[in-house]
Design a protein around this ligand. Structure first.
Ligand SMILES: Cc1cc2nc3c(=O)[nH]c(=O)nc-3n(C[C@H](O)[C@H](O)[C@H](O)COP(=O)(O)OP(=O)(O)OC[C@H]3O[C@@H](n4cnc5c(N)ncnc54)[C@H](O)[C@@H]3O)c2cc1C
Length: 302
């Protein structure tokens, strides 16, 4: 979608919003799949209510992009624009055991920055790509930990109230890859409370998690991490593997040979290929076990 309305184009610079016309979502997502649309890069949180009022008044549909590491985006010209936050400098400020982090901050860099300042707890998140905002939305986690355990405060844009608000940690529920934020809430910054730990000890934990990832995941290939959530008490990857589906392909979309819940773009896969592969695997799992796998990847199709 192109923003052609002169009313919007004229106001964007005043709001500190940068317009990148016809951005390729394939280039902005870890799967390397997705068509084109206009991208608005937001430099000031305070501009968000005015920006969204303007887009809504002109009927411009939008979606919110973090680091693009948990997304499967449709092909061709997309029927909505994309908004993305730009990280301020500095994007992490520490005070005692608290880390105030901008939602656009890179998650891995946040984990290592905190670690170097003797703040641990997030070792399992090393190797999870994307932004801190995306991790909050998805309640990202691995190896027995999840980011939600450390959240004490979240600054967000509440679309329902059309304003910026701050929620306390106990006002938000964080469950397995699910949070109580409304679908159109936009996370802007978070205050984390992290346990004190000496850096060498944190580094040991980080190295163990890195090693586990290297041993089990197709890290050099384009993917969006796990495609499906694990059903209660089971592993989606194991269920897919037990059906002998590693290597199953539709075009260049392929079930990883290394981890059956990672589907990779082995060349020039389209969203259509990837969606067909996901539907096929899901149907086979349902036929054999009766379990309907729930998507972990977020699909922006139409
Ligand atoms: C190799 C690999 C390994 C991975 N391993 C793990 C893992 O171990 N554990 C795990 O949990 N995940 C894992 N993932 C998935 C992914 O990295 C996480 O879900 C990550 O937290 C997504 O963040 P993002 O910024 O990339 O979000 P995006 O992919 O950009 O967006 C995901 C969703 O969050 C929303 N969103 C993003 N930012 C915001 C914001 N600021 N406010 C509101 N909504 C927002 C988007 O609208 C979208 O709905 C992996 C992915 C890859 C490619």
């Amino acid at each position: 979608m192109r923003i052609e309305d002169p009313k919007i184009v004229a106001v964007l610079p005043e709001l500190g919003v940068q317009l990148n016309p016809s951005a390729s979502l394939a280039g902005l997502t870890s799967l390397g799949i997705g068509g084109t649309t206009d991208l608005l890069r937001i430099h000031k949180h305070e501009a968000i209510p005015d920006l969204l009022n303007l887009l809504d008044a002109q009927d411009v549909p939008h979606k919110f992009l973090g680091g693009g590491s948990n997304l499967l985006v449709g092909d061709g010209e997309l029927p909505w624009i994309v908004l993305q936050l730009v990280s301020p400098e500095p994007d992490i400020v520490l005070e005692g055991n608290f880390a105030q982090v901008d939602a656009a901050a890179d998650l891995g860099r946040t984990v290592t920055f905190c670690a170097k300042n003797d703040l641990g707890g997030m070792e399992g998140l090393i190797g999870v790509p994307g932004t801190v905002g995306g991790a909050l939305r998805m309640n990202a986690g691995a190896y027995g930990m999840q980011i939600g355990s450390y959240v004490r405060e979240v600054k967000l844009y509440r679309a329902a109230a059309r304003k910026l608000e701050t929620l306390q940690g106990d006002q938000i529920s964080f469950e397995y890859r699910h949070t109580s934020f409304a679908p159109d809430d936009m996370m802007l910054a978070v205050k984390l409370e992290l346990p004190s730990k000496p850096y060498p000890e944190i580094l040991k934990g980080i190295r163990i998690c890195n090693e586990k990832r290297r041993a089990s995941q197709p890290l050099g290939q384009k993917s969006a991490g796990c495609i499906f959530k694990n059903p209660p008490g089971a592993s989606a990857g194991r269920m897919i593997d037990e059906l002998g589906l590693k290597g199953l392909s539709v075009g260049d979309a392929r079930v990883s040979d290394r981890h059956a819940n990672f589907f990779v773009n082995a060349g020039k896969a389209s969203a259509k290929d990837m969606l067909a592969l996901i539907a096929d695997v899901r149907e086979r799992v349902q036929k054999s076990s009766g379990v309907i796998l729930e998507y972990e990847v977020v699909v922006w199709n139409r």
